[in-house]
Design a protein around this ligand. Structure first.
Ligand SMILES: [Zn+2]
Length: 88
């Protein structure tokens, strides 16, 4: 059975689907039996996603249709107004 240390070493490959089938099975089997590694993988993946979002934030898409912005603003305003009417 794969050790926790080995699992940590394979995280990147696992998240990028670069593991061979045998390693993937051993990796998944370890995750099934080891809550600590499952937690670690979840945290690691969340951190990775957050980092990628931060990268994208630096270069936002340049072409946002004005109708889309208007629609988003309109729906936000409507939501705020609905929340204000809701008294319970
Ligand atoms: Zn483990």
């Amino acid at each position: 059975m794969m050790s926790c240390r080995e699992v940590y070493g394979f995280l990147d490959e696992f998240l990028e689907s670069r593991l061979d089938d045998l390693t993937k099975v051993a990796f998944a089997a370890h995750l099934l039996l080891c809550p600590a590694c499952r937690n670690y993988l979840a945290t690691y993946r969340a951190t990775l996603l957050a980092a990628r979002e931060a990268e994208w934030a630096d270069c936002p898409p340049t072409e946002i249709p004005e109708e889309l912005i208007a629609a988003i603003l309109a729906s936000r305003t409507a939501a705020v107004q609905n929340a204000g009417d809701h008294q319970c």
